[in-house]
Design a protein around this ligand. Structure first.
Ligand code: ADP
Ligand code: LRH
Length: 494
């Protein structure tokens, strides 16, 4: 039995998972989970990367205690966020969180310099205020001295790898999410950086996933006496890239939704699809393991997480199972809204913003938490239908089933709504998709699996999916008509 370790950092929680490989299947077991809280200082938002590193090390030490030697390990995390190191390898400031409000203006300014379509044509990446490109631009405007003192920019998993193994590189899948890579060459777009006066000297060499980066050099971990030869691997370090590796699809053309804080919905393609339609729909082409993910960011369960936060502040019960139950009991279609309203991206009072959207679109706001949550689940499912239609238009394919992976795939009500709204079979699992994909790519890196085809086979041997068949499709087709009208009204009102 081979002992591997995946560290998966999601926007809502981080986890350290032990992955056991018996030569035929991979099984994962959670060793440590910790909540991931952004730190607010005034109107700035930070990620406490030191706290995360410590949690990660405690998790690694626990695996050593129970299972001894670890063959290899790798880190994946949410995309786009980064830290700056000085020439001595010291972190200059805590990384800013991607929901920091400063990015919105920065994107506006960059778009006015370069042009919206030009940005997409060059990079193939969606325009989202949180992309590293806009974050770095905002940083230069806000604190040029900090940037001047920097020697290197490392995205979060690369930064944690540097703390752990002392080696610095920009892993490819995550690097694409910066919007600083040229889509066609897959190299840094130095010209774009120079037009925006961004310091290209900070950008490290790009490394492909599925390779060994180095070994653990952290003193404290080495004292366990078991980790001197543990290989630190470049997995697909963007959590969505790792999640897609774990999709147990038997067909070549499939649609996935990586469901967690975000719902990342799309398909895999061989090359970036850059055209008028993908530009119009704000699709993105993120680098994957030997492919690209053509997808759209749908706001996802962030909306529920924020409802939970609002309920907690009122001292009300907010656990997810109770909320799903209340939503199940509520009357259908209490209200609808486009979950991708930019106002919902920022931290704020999401229930209030949803009520405001209801008023703007001529609907009665939800009267209780059951209706509030039901409307969110239904609207997410209807948005999936819209994205599915757009995807089929862009690729010219018909997709027969949708795979939902990630923490949100445990939400049976949402999975059933997704099947009803799209009139497609929904297949769920694995729940720990990113951690599973992370470990699978490690097997490739350490030579236990010969290639991507063998990996796909292994996924099917390791995952037991659950299926949902569409129900009430006439009612949902009517719901979709109403949804499209409301989305248009919402866009016009704001
Ligand atoms: P991220 O990686 O972005 O932090 P996860 O993949 O961990 O997100 O998914 C977190 C979400 O999964 C939660 O916000 C919650 O809505 C959903 N979830 C977690 N556990 C359950 C459960 N037992 N039943 C239904 N939904 C769940
Ligand atoms: C999901 C994710 C997503 C990005 C967002 C910033 O965790 O990595 O793919 O768009 O975070």
């Amino acid at each position: 039995m081979l002992n591997l370790l995946s560290v998966d950092l999601g926007a809502s929680s981080g986890r350290v998972m032990r992955a056991a490989f018996n030569g035929e299947a991979l099984s994962l077991q959670e060793v440590r989970r910790f909540r991931n809280h952004p730190v607010h200082i005034s109107n700035r938002m930070y990620t406490n990367v030191y706290g995360i590193f410590q949690e990660m090390k405690w998790g690694i030490a626990e695996v050593v205690k129970t299972h001894g030697h670890i063959e290899s390990m790798a880190i994946d995390s949410w995309a786009v966020d980064f830290g700056l190191l000085d020439a001595g390898g010291h972190l200059l400031d805590l990384p800013r969180h991607y929901r920091d409000p400063r990015n919105v203006n920065a994107m506006r300014e960059v778009v006015s310099h370069i042009g919206k379509s030009q940005l997409f044509q060059r990079t193939g990446i969606q325009l989202q205020p949180f992309n590293t490109l806009y974050q770095l631009y905002a940083m230069v405007q806000e604190n040029a001295n900090l940037v001047a003192a920097a020697n290197q920019l490392l995205l979060l998993p690369d930064l944690l790898n540097f703390f752990l193994a002392g080696e610095a590189a920009a892993e490819f899948t995550n690097a694409t999410t910066t919007q600083l890579l040229e889509a066609h060459t897959a190299n840094w777009d130095l010209d774009l950086a120079s037009q925006l006066q961004l310091p290209a000297r900070l950008l490290p060499d790009i490394a492909q996933p599925g390779n060994v980066l180095g070994v653990i050099r952290d003193h404290e971990l080495l004292q366990t006496g078991q980790l001197a030869t543990t290989r630190v691997v470049h997995t697909a370090s963007h959590d969505t890239a790792a999640a897609v590796v774990s999709v147990p699809a038997s067909e070549q053309n499939y649609v996935y939704i990586s469901s967690g804080t975000w719902s990342l919905m799309g398909t895999v393609v061989n090359e970036p699809v850059i055209g008028d339609l993908t530009d119009k729909f704000n699709f993105t082409n993120e680098g994957g393991l030997g492919n690209y993910r053509l997808l759209k960011n749908v706001m996802g369960l962030w909306l529920i997480q924020e409802v939970q936060r609002a309920l907690e502040a009122l001292g009300e019960a907010s656990d997810i199972l109770r909320l799903v139950h209340r939503a199940r009991m509520a009357a259908p279609f209490p209200y609808m809204f486009d979950p991708d309203d930019p106002r919902l991206l920022q931290v704020g009072n999401i229930p209030d913003t949803i009520r405001q959207i209801c008023v703007e679109t001529g609907q009665r706001p939800p009267a209780d938490s059951g209706s509030l949550v039901r409307g969110i689940f239904e609207s997410l499912a209807l948005k999936y239908r819209m994205v599915l239609d757009q995807l089929e238009l862009v690729t010219g394919q018909h997709y027969g089933a949708i795979h939902i992976v990630g923490g949100g795939s445990q939400n049976q009500l949402l999975s059933q709504f997704a099947a009803n709204a799209t009139d497609r079979m929904v297949i769920t699992g694995p729940v720990e998709a990113s951690a599973t994909g992370n470990a699978l790519v490690q097997l490739l890196a350490i030579g236990e699996v010969a290639g991507i085809e063998e990996l796909t086979q292994l996924v099917r041997q390791s995952v037991e999916p659950v299926s949902y068949l569409p129900r009430d499709t006439d009612v949902w087709a009517g719901g979709y008509d109403a949804f499209q009208r409301i989305v248009a009204k919402q866009a016009a009102a704001h």
